[in-house]
Design a protein around this ligand. Structure first.
Ligand code: XMP
Length: 522
């Protein structure tokens, strides 16, 4: 089943530029509804796929005062009897396009509010009845001043007489508040009601069904061709590779480059996972010496990254040449990396995070891209990995940067420093697991600082490196807060490191959030 077919059973979200549009799709997918996000100006074309319902997202534009240039929904949407739910800007747009009026407010209504439900509606079925009151989250400037014909207010707040509106006969709904954010406790259920009770979408989108669809599509796309994949040891490239192998078997060629910049035991784990657990042939290249040679005397962070990236590509190309006859390159690109978003400053813009370590390769090697995870969110990739039988401990591993430990060793990278850092990092990570703290943290690691400190060990003076521990909370790595680890725990880890790692006599905790810091040290 391709994307168009899935959509004919699911919901289409038109993005008008809200910061939280993606959450609409997440909330629905969590409940088994297939859902896709498109920029508002692609909505017209995408209606060809006959979605069961359409959601118009919030956005920064203003409708008040008859703004002719405002982003609009295609008129066709309202001619075809498709159920529509407008959220915030989407609600105002619905009103404006159907003959109602929107006016500017004196101030923004922002934050928590309470709705009072004025009448029963399928949108609130099983959640609220007329007369109920419930907390919601608002964020808007303009407000509706006159409803279009056929609409009634089904919920109000003190400041918003049209907090929720409906034209039940035409299945058109609007919410001034944001049901997609966690601060609206019943929001996910409201979205689910719209999808299932109003739009008749089926809540049967599971990872099992995704797996079957994805393997069928991979077979179709790849035909009899051969695919090469760069295995980094991370979750995304591993899940993508196992999935592709399931679809095309040994026409997938996985290349794992051991740069020597990996964490303790990582190279062994990945080779045994693929070769023994899955019986997937893996070309494992020990390139430790080449990377160390390339990094000799290099201290500038950007130069380090470039040297590592270029050497990686060089080795990868060498291996591809040896295999020969390759047509496709597999990548573990995720949905948030490819989704087209609307810039708050104007027209649609394409946001693409380019953290891929093999970026640039497809053009250079003349390969076509295969990206089987490009419609999935990170947690969905984990579920897919579980469906494919990948061990849970592997799927829950913290992200690890492409340039590896090199960006956690400010200054020159040497084999001695790498060994010291690997041990300290391993002690920290093991302790987090032992204390049940690991899964609540986005990313934790040790960095080895290019300074030595004086200490006293036994009766002798020591003069060794300092290491910094870092643990952060984040949802996407774009921003991060420092994890509040118990002092007692940090004490224990510091003692273990200083006692067990020959080369470190001082341990610090990094209290810098992102921004202004970055997660990695370089
Ligand atoms: P920064 O240090 O930029 O990191 O705050 C944000 C997130 O991205 C990871 N990271 C990378 N991942 N290739 C990757 O695949 C890279 O070159 C790279 N650099 C940073 C970092 O570990 C964090 O999760």
């Amino acid at each position: 089943m391709d994307d168009e077919n899935k959509l004919s059973n699911g919901i289409l979200v038109a993005d008008f530029g809200s910061q939280v549009t993606l959450l609409i799709a997440r909330r629905l997918r969590e409940k088994g509804i297939y859902c896709e996000v498109v920029p508002y100006n692609r909505l017209r074309d995408k209606l060809e796929a006959a979605p069961k319902g359409v959601i118009l997202s919030g956005g920064p534009a203003s409708i008040a005062g008859g703004n002719d240039a405002m982003p609009r929904a295609p008129e066709r949407l309202f001619r075809e009897n498709i159920p529509v739910l407008g959220i915030c800007y989407g609600e105002q747009l619905l009103c404006a396009q159907l003959g109602g009026e929107v006016a500017p407010s004196h101030g923004r209504e922002f934050g928590n509010a309470n709705i009072t439900v004025r009448q029963d509606s399928p949108l609130f079925d099983g959640i609220f009845a007329a007369g109920d009151s419930a907390p919601v989250w608002m964020s808007h400037g303009d407000h509706i001043s006159q409803l279009p014909e056929g609409f009634t207010a089904i919920a109000t707040t003190q400041d918003a007489p049209f907090a929720a509106i409906a034209d039940e006969s035409r299945k058109l709904y609007g919410l001034q508040f944001h049901p997609e954010v966690v601060h609206t406790p019943n929001g996910a259920d409201i979205l689910f009601n719209f999808a299932t009770k109003i739009a008749n979408a089926s809540p049967d989108w599971t990872m099992g069904s995704f797996l079957n669809e994805a393997t069928a599509k991979l077979r179709e796309d790849i035909g009899g061709g051969h695919v090469i994949a760069a295995l980094s040891g991370g979750v995304d490239s591993s899940v993508a590779s196992v999935l592709i192998h399931k679809a095309i078997g040994d026409r997938l060629h996985c290349v794992f480059v051991d740069t020597g910049l990996l964490r303790q035991g990582e190279a062994e784990q990945i080779t045994s996972l693929f070769q023994q657990h899955y019986d997937i042939p893996l070309i494992a290249i020990n390139a430790q010496k080449r990377f160390l040679d390339a990094l000799h005397n290099v201290t500038d962070p950007e130069e380090k990254r470039k040297k590592i990236g270029n050497l990686f590509i060089e080795i990868f190309e060498e291996e591809a040449d040896k295999i020969g006859n390759i047509e496709f390159l597999a990548q573990g690109t995720l949905y948030p990396d490819v989704i087209e978003s609307i810039s708050p400053h104007g027209g649609p813009s394409v946001k693409i995070k380019s953290h891929h370590n093999v970026g640039g390769l497809p053009e250079r090697m003349n390969l076509k891209l295969i990206e089987p995870l490009r419609s999935l969110f990170k947690d969905e990739v984990r579920s897919l990995g579980a469906e494919l039988g990948l061990p849970e401990a592997f799927l829950k591993r913290h992200p690890f940067p492409g340039p590896g430990l090199a960006v956690r060793i400010p200054g020159e990278v040497t084999i001695e420093k790498l060994e010291i850092l690997r041990q300290a990092d391993d002690i920290f990570i093991r302790a987090l697991h032992e204390h049940g703290l690991y899964d609540d943290i986005w990313q934790a690691f040790a960095a080895l600082l290019p300074v030595r400190a004086v200490g006293v060990m036994g009766d002798a003076r020591s003069y060794q490196y300092a290491c910094a521990l870092r643990a952060v909370a984040s949802s996407d790595g774009m921003t991060a807060a420092v994890s509040d680890l118990p002092g007692e725990f940090l004490n224990e880890v510091a003692t273990r490191i200083v006692n067990q790692v020959d080369g470190i006599n001082r341990v610090l905790y990094d209290f810098t959030s992102k921004p202004p810091g970055t997660i990695e040290w370089e």
